[in-house]
Every structure is written in structure tokens, then in C-alpha cells.
Design a protein around this ligand. Structure first.
Ligand code: ZN
Length: 577
């Protein structure tokens, strides 16, 4: 007997014309069916069919509105979708999840998705709906404050974000002016942020209390599905970073200070090339960027290279920077066609190459999970970020040995060595900063009353600067030092989200080490782990990739030693490049 699901179109393009009254019967059917061990797989298959179509329509709108921000017709249709389809869809999805949980069934390959659905259900409180909406509005308010930041720079009014490249200018006085201009602009927002922050922390505390949690951190931990590690694990990681990464960062900084010929490193001295070289120019056209990146991926693994070629053939890459394109870069997955799409703003720099290698890793993740039957096993929302970033950061490091023209890549051996040294240094410099942002947030949610006062957070931040970046010279910049974290949007808009990058980076570095011993086996394990999608725990995902999900000093020390050793090997060549 044909069901309502047999009337569904095969493609999201066709489906995007469907209104909610046409869609609703699918959910009605799922909710009406009596669920048994015998029919649960068909039920899950049908659920995936409808959810995947809805998800892909959303993805297509996201992509269409970012590749052309001036496309008013698409923008209008997306708003209709968000207003008319998404709210009833969320309600129907919630009921569908509840039905599965209530059935007590445990379909094969569904243990992890069920664990997440149970966590969602446990957090749900009717009383929190208005507070969650208030919290979302507070985030929008933060984004308005941050998005409105313009500065006067050399006779022009420019967005604050355009100051960053000037911090790489070899002219130290100009860098200092740029840095001070940026700081002053962010400090202008302190009164507004002080008021907004007090409300944000208050709302978060009430949400947690309503849901029966002692702190917002405990609530958020469940909400982010952090089943496999605790706040204490992340604190162990901070301590390990302090013990083994901070000294390594100090060694790099001492060398930087010497190369720059300055008595002390000021905050505007950390982004510039310390030897004053011109930036690398890896490619002239987008076609060249694509071809050379394809060659590099082929050198990593023939099949991964093949995935990238499919993306080229099928128009799944949008890499250039042009008018009416949104900023930034991403890889998103079409859940019906099971293909990824990569979006970047490439302008001719080495950063573009690094970004494409990174997004390529995410895209390969989408290819590898494609055979998994159910959306909850393979969707981006269910895939743990702590591992998704291993796929991408890991690919950056796995691809690094093939950047040279010898492998069809971009660079002479000297240039490639220089690019690789920069990437490895950035990892060492990032970890302490990551620990600071994470440690600040632990302090905030352990001291919810005190931390509602932005100035008290500033006090705590200053202690973190001393602990994790002791060699930065902040003389005469006390206010700037205390408020440095105000620029980190995550603390305001994505509470407690940041540690993922630090943990995944350690996973990526372990992959890099494994590849030096056995490249083929490492890439094979990497691919097997990606293919598991969201079906196993984080330690199991890491183990499948041949690495450890780790927060300890020994694993971190091994990673730091590997990085320092590789830098030392590459440096003589790099310094000629
Ligand atoms: Zn990423």
C-alpha cells in the first residue's frame, strides 16, 4: 500500500515548494503508527526521508543567501520558510523524538542518537521557553553591538574586522596604531556590554535553575552532549597547557622578539611575520587553487582526491571572493543528495589554501558518513564537534607534506617549509589562548553572582593573562589587558563553546605524528573514523582514528615535542623562503 511518504519528491528543489499543510501528513503518519521492534527501522527510514528534505531545503537557502546576499527573492523565500515551516516542523520533530523515546525501543546503530535525544528531553521545561527566547534575543543584541563596530582608519571609516590584516604590517608604528584603534573601539562598548552581560548571566542562571541544575555550566554540558568528559577534565587540560605549551610558546616568542629586534613583545607584535618577508602568493586564479588543492588531496589519498574532484565537477565549490558574497568560510552537507558544499572567500593568500584544506576535511566527513541510513547518525548537528574538527584540522596537517610543486601543490620547498612552520607555530600560540577563554568561562559559571559584573570577569581575565601569556608586555595597557576577552564573541554568544578546538587540535596533532610513521594506515584509520558519523562515543571515534581523546599532560607533551621537532627540522629551509 502506498504511504504518504511515497508522494514525497525526490529532490529538495521540488520539495521547497511544499507548504506546511502538505508536509504535516508525514509527521501525522509517523505519530499515528504503532511503533514495534518489527517496524521501527521502516519508521526511522521514513522519518529520515522527511527530515532530510526539510534539512536540505534549509541548507540550500543558507547557501543561496550567502553566495548572493543581494538575491532578494531567495531571501524572501527563506524568511517564509523560517516563519511558516520551521516552527511547526520543530514541534512535530519534538513529538516524533518523544514517541521514539517513549517506545523504549533501541534500534541498531541508534544508541548514541538516543542518548542525545534523552538529554534533550531531560532539559526540556515549559517554563524555560520564554527564557530561551530572551537568551536568543540577548545574543542578537550582542551581535548588533559587535556588528556595529566601525573605526576611523587613515581617513576612512571601515568595519573593525578590516583592522586585522594591518596587524601583519612590518611597520611597527602602524601596527601599534591599528591595535590601539581596535582596542579603543571595543572599549567604547564597555557600558553597553556591562548592562547586557548582567542580563545574559542572569537569564542563563534562571534557565539552569528551572531545569533543576545547580549551575548553567551543568545545564550547558548536557545541552552540548558532553557525555564523555567533565569540567574537571578540561581543567586538567588547562593545567597541562600551562605546564607544557606555555613554555613552548615562550620559546617561540623569545625567538620572535629577537627576530623583530624589539626589547619586549607588545600585543601588536604577535601577528606580523618576524623576518619581515612579503606574504606568500600561492595562486593566481581560482582554477589554479582548485587544481593544486586537488593534487594535494590526491597525494594524501586517491579516494579523498576523487571526492574533491566530484565537488569540482558537480559545482559544489564556491571559493572566490566577490561582491554580494557573505564573509567567512564553511562546508555544509546536503542531507538528501548526501554531498557537501564548500564556501570560502579566497583572495590569493596562504590562508585561503589552509582554509580550503580545512573545509576539505569537513567535506570528506560528509562523503564518508553518506552510507549511514538515518539522519540522526550522520547529520552535522549530531556529529560531535570535538571530532568534526579532527577531520578538518587533521586534514590540514595530513596535507602539509604535499604543498610543494613536486606533488602538484603550490610552493617551492622553501616556501612550503615557511607555510608549514607558520601553521605549526600557530597551534602552539593558540592552545594557551584557548585555555584562557575556556578557563574564564568556568570561572564565570562557578561564580554566577559575582561574574554578572563584567568588571569582575575582567579582573579574573587579567590573572589568566599572567598565567598563560606571561611574556606579553602590557605596560601602560592595563585597561586593554583586562578587557581583551570582550572581543571573543563565543563568551557572549556561544557559552562554554571553545574547548572543542583545543581538544580536536590535539587529536589532529596525534594524526600528524601517526602519519609520519605510517601515512597510508593513518589515512585509512582517519577515514574509518569519519565514516562512523555520530554512531559511537567520542573516545571510540578517536580510537578508531588511531588517536586518544585526551586532556593529559603526557599526550600534550608528546604533541608539543612533535611540533617543536618539526619546526626545528623545517626552520633552516623556511628561513630562506
Ligand atoms: Zn572547522
Amino acid at each position: 500500500m502506498p504511504t504518504v511518504f511515497d508522494t514525497l519528491p525526490a529532490t529538495a528543489e521540488e520539495f521547497s515548494a511544499w507548504t506546511w499543510p502538505r508536509i504535516a501528513p508525514c509527521y501525522d503518519d509517523l505519530l499515528a503508527r504503532e511503533l514495534t521492534a518489527a517496524n521501527v527501522e521502516q519508521w526511522l527510514t521514513d522519518w529520515t526521508r522527511i527530515s532530510a528534505l526539510l534539512d536540505e531545503v534549509n541548507t540550500r537557502y543558507t547557501i543561496a543567501t550567502t553566495v548572493n546576499t543581494a538575491d532578494e527573492e531567495t531571501d524572501r523565500r527563506y524568511k517564509v520558510y523560517l516563519d511558516e515551516i520551521v516552527p511547526p516542523m520543530l514541534e512535530a520533530e519534538q513529538k516524533t523524538k518523544e514517541k521514539l523515546l517513549a517506545s523504549g525501543l533501541e534500534p541498531a546503530g541508534f544508541a548514541m542518537p538516543l542518548r542525545k535525544l534523552r538529554a534533550d528531553a531531560a532539559l526540556y521545561r515549559e517554563a524555560n521557553l520564554p527564557l530561551l527566547s530572551e537568551a536568543r534575543k540577548q545574543i542578537l543584541e550582542y551581535e548588533q553591538v559587535a556588528g556595529a563596530r566601525m573605526v576611523e582608519w587613515e581617513g576612512e571609516t571601515i568595519p573593525l574586522t578590516q583592522i586585522s590584516p594591518i596587524l601583519e604590517d612590518p611597520d611597527r608604528a602602524r601596527r601599534e596604531r591599528a591595535w590601539r584603534t581596535r582596542s579603543a573601539r571595543i572599549l567604547d562598548d564597555t557600558p553597553a556590554l556591562t548592562d547586557l552581560w548582567r542580563r545574559m548571566v542572569g537569564t542563563r542562571a534562571r534557565i539552569a535553575a528551572n531545569a533543576g541544575f545547580d549551575s548553567y555550566r551543568s545545564y550547558r554540558w548536557q545541552q552540548m552532549y558532553r557525555f564523555d568528559y567533565t569540567p574537571d577534565d578540561t581543567k586538567r587540560f588547562h593545567a597541562a597547557i600551562e605546564e607544557v605549551v606555555v613554555p613552548a610558546a615562550r620559546r617561540l616568542n623569545a625567538k620572535r622578539r629577537e627576530q623583530l629586534g624589539v626589547p619586549a613583545l607588545r600585543p601588536w607584535d604577535i601577528d606580523v611575520d618576524p623576518t619581515g618577508r612579503e606574504p606568500l602568493h600561492p595562486y593566481a586564479t581560482i582554477g589554479e587553487l582548485e587544481t593544486k588543492t586537488s593534487n594535494i588531496f590526491h597525494a594524501v589519498d586517491t579516494e579523498l582526491g576523487g571526492y574533491f574532484d566530484i565537488m569540482r565537477r558537480e559545482g559544489l565549490l564556491d571559493l572566490d571572493s566577490r561582491k554580494n558574497k557573505a564573509p567567512g568560510g564553511y562546508s555544509l552537507s546536503y542531507t538528501v543528495t548526501r554531498r557537501p558544499f564548500i564556501f570560502t572567500n579566497s583572495v590569493g593568500t596562504h590562508d585561503d589554501v589552509q582554509t580550503l584544506l580545512h573545509e576539505g576535511g569537513h567535506a570528506f566527513h560528509s562523503f564518508e558518513v553518506a552510507p549511514l541510513p538515518y539522519l540522526q547518525q550522520r547529520s552535522e548537528q549530531m556529529t560531535p564537534i570535538e571530532f568534526a574538527e579532527v577531520a578538518s584540522m587533521g586534514m590540514e596537517l595530513l596535507a602539509a607534506p604535499y604543498l610543494t610543486t613536486e606533488h602538484g601543490g603550490f610552493y617551492t620547498p622553501r616556501q612550503a617549509a615557511r607555510a608549514r612552520v607558520d601553521t605549526l607555530r600557530a597551534i602552539i600560540i593558540f592552545w594557551p589562548y584557548m585555555a584562557m577563554i575556556d578557563a574564564l568561562q568556568h570561572w564565570i559559571y562557578e561564580h554566577q553572582d559575582e561574574a554578572a559584573d563584567l568588571a569582575r570577569c575582567d579582573d579574573y581575565w587579567a590573572t589568566l593573562e599572567d598565567r598563560f601569556r606571561p611574556d606579553l608586555d602590557w605596560s601602560g595597557l592595563d585597561v586593554e589587558k583586562r578587557a581583551f576577552w570582550h572581543r571573543q564573541g563565543h563568551v557572549f554568544a556561544d557559552p562554554l563553546y571553545y574547548i572543542e578546538y583545543g581538544v580536536a587540535q590535539l587529536g589532529a596533532v596525534q594524526l600528524f605524528g601517526n602519519a609520519q610513521r605510517d601515512q597510508a594506515a593513518t589515512v585509512a584509520a582517519y577515514r574509518r573514523a569519519l565514516a562512523l558519523g555520530a554512531t559511537v562515543t567520542l573516545p571510540e571515534l578517536y580510537a578508531a582514528a588511531g588517536i586518544r581523546f585526551a586532556f593529559d599532560t603526557d599526550t600534550l607533551r608528546a604533541g608539543v615535542e612533535l611540533i617543536e621537532r618539526t619546526i626545528a627540522d623545517l626552520e633552516p629551509l623556511a628561513e630562506q623562503g
